[in-house]
Design a protein around this ligand. Structure first.
Ligand SMILES: Cc1cc2nc3c(=O)[nH]c(=O)nc-3n(C[C@H](O)[C@H](O)[C@H](O)COP(=O)(O)OP(=O)(O)OC[C@H]3O[C@@H](n4cnc5c(N)ncnc54)[C@H](O)[C@@H]3O)c2cc1C
Length: 508
């Protein structure tokens, strides 16, 4: 874009703030409008009685993306954040065994890791760091030198589960690989083999924490944005993206005020922008009447995806300390019978539960218990974040989600999750000082994520990556950034998305 652009960013989630910092550092005039009273979106925070919790991310991988953001916008990351490596996740199985991704799990595992590395090498540059060009992206990849070999490595028609089964016999090892699909909100039986790159990233890049909680990540990005001159307006809800003469022209705020702009960058959920899967009565941010042919394509593409899974969160203030507890623990379900598949059927309404999603009876339970004095009173207690995968909140559509607000439902499920944990060796029921339950419905209200989907659309299906909303909307001057747009959700990809979106505006 030639000259200084007036940019409005809709939403102060990580992607919105990172894009704002980059655009301001390139010389543009940037205002962020955030509906909530605080920045951060899904990187939420909850404190009470001396306990504190990250309510969103707990696992930070690929910190290079953060380093790149800070280097591109001013002083290096180390000046703002103290990132520390944490021990590999402790994966516990119902037979009493415990595995880590760093364990040597045999020749098949080593071959799979080698394949995961090659998938990563083939996709990082061409796919994760560039704008999406729809299904053409794959053709462009194939046309590069060595491209056909890369496409064969990625194996677009193979599922992650099939890739795992081709290398591994032990159901526990397959479950470890399956788990990687959930880190993008997906079902390993339908997600592409390319997601093995998540395994590669976690293994080689490690996982990281910052004392005081991962919430500090988004606070540091917000500080960087403000230092670069970005105006961050909280409690400022955008009702509509204004389009004049076919171009984005600004936004209309709740209350009617209009803010003009040359460029509008939407960090709110792409489904809310395009009005896909939104509850009855909720108007799209981009009125259907202003849609051009490309945005109609984007709407149709998004509507053809499966929304990502959501999460049911329990914040536990616990009396006493737990011996032998890692920073990250996953308690897997019994792997005989329906095994891990039952979770994916329940969340996505597939298999025996076709069209009937439900709370998962035997979920894999994830516990994050950072050994961080900043998160607990100084009396030997513990603050646990517990997460289980959950179907979306969609009371208006029982075939696609569940009603997390049904009376008594969420509290009863919280009791159930605690009982599941007890059966699997972590019985904390008589240590609970208090608990906070956060359902997909709560996430929807707090962040505007339609149905409480954590990652926008899932990667279910060979075409999913290409149906995910592109960073360029099709309306000139209207861009998308964040976990519901290309290249996807999770802290590192959201930061990659911000770099792509800012690059599309260009320097002054
Ligand atoms: C429970 C949970 C666990 C997670 N675990 C991990 C993890 O371990 N590792 C990891 O990397 N990632 C994890 N994630 C995902 C990660 O948090 C997200 O991918 C990322 O934070 C999304 O950032 P975003 O830029 O898409 O914006 P969001 O966080 O979605 O923010 C969007 C912002 O837009 C605002 N907004 C929406 N509509 C409007 C409007 N109309 N007007 C103004 N403002 C608006 C919202 O209030 C919000 O602040 C987790 C998420 C959750 C919820």
């Amino acid at each position: 874009m030639a000259g200084v652009a007036r940019v409005i960013v809709v939403g102060a989630g990580l992607g919105g703030l990172a894009a704002a910092a980059r655009l301001a550092a390139s010389g543009h005039d940037v205002t962020v409008c955030e509906q909530a009273g605080t920045v951060g979106g899904k990187l939420g925070w909850y404190e009470r009685d001396g306990f504190a919790f990250d309510t969103g991310p707990s696992l930070l991988t690929w910190p290079d993306q953060l380093r790149r953001l800070f280097a591109a916008t001013g002083a290096p990351l180390g000046a703002s954040l103290d990132l520390r490596p944490v021990a590999p996740t402790d994966h516990r199985f119902t037979d009493g065994s415990r595995l880590h991704l760093t364990d040597d799990l045999g020749p098949g595992w080593r071959r799979l890791l080698d394949r995961a590395r090659r998938i990563w090498d083939a996709t990082e540059g061409p796919f994760l760091s560039r704008p999406l060009h729809g299904p053409r992206t794959l053709a462009q990849l194939a046309a590069r030198p060595g491209g056909l070999r890369d496409v064969a490595t990625i194996a677009p028609g193979t599922s992650l589960r099939a890739l795992a089964r081709a290398h591994l016999d032990d159901p526990r090892h397959v479950a470890l690989v399956d788990r990687m699909a959930t880190y993008t909100g997906s079902d390993p039986r339908r997600a592409p083999a390319a997601l093995a790159s998540v395994l590669h990233l976690e293994l080689t890049g490690g996982s990281w924490y910052t004392p005081g909680g991962l919430r500090r990540v988004v606070d540091a990005v917000a500080d960087r944005a403000r230092e670069r001159g970005v105006r961050v307006l909280t409690q400022t809800r955008v009702e509509e993206v204004l389009v004049h003469a076919g171009r984005a022209a600004g936004v209309r705020l709740a209350g009617g005020r209009r803010l003009p702009a040359d460029v509008v960058v939407v960090n709110a959920d792409a489904a809310a922008l395009y009005g896909v899967r939104t509850p009855p009565g909720q108007h799209p941010l981009l009125p259907a009447a202003t849609a051009t042919a490309p945005t109609r394509g984007a709407r149709a593409g998004l509507a053809a995806t499966t929304p990502s899974l959501s999460g049911f969160v329990l914040l536990l203030a616990l009396r006493g300390r737990t011996p032998d507890l890692a920073h990250h623990t996953v308690l897997f379900p019994p792997l005989d019978g329906a095994g891990y598949d039952d979770e994916f059927d329940a969340v996505f309404g597939s298999g025996r539960r076709r069209g009937r999603p439900s709370a998962v009876p035997e979920p894999a339970v994830y516990v994050s218990a950072p050994d961080d004095p900043a998160l607990r009173p100084d009396d030997g207690s513990e603050a646990w974040f517990v997460l289980v995968n959950a179907p979306r909140h969609a009371p208006h559509d029982v075939r696609a989600g569940v009603d997390w607000r049904a009376p008594g439902f969420a509290e009863a499920y919280a009791d159930h999750v605690l009982a599941v944990m007890a059966r699997r060796g972590l019985d904390v029921r008589d240590r609970v000082l208090w608990r906070q339950v956060r359902t997909p419905a709560d996430l929807e209200v707090a962040t505007g994520a339609v149905g409480g989907s954590i990652y926008g659309s899932s990667s279910n299906g060979a075409r999913a990556a290409f149906l995910r909303p592109a960073n360029r909307s099709g309306v000139p001057g209207l861009l998308l950034v964040g976990g519901s747009s290309h290249p996807g959700g999770g802290i590192p990809l959201v930061l990659a998305s911000a770099a792509i979106a800012a690059g599309l505006v260009g320097p002054v």
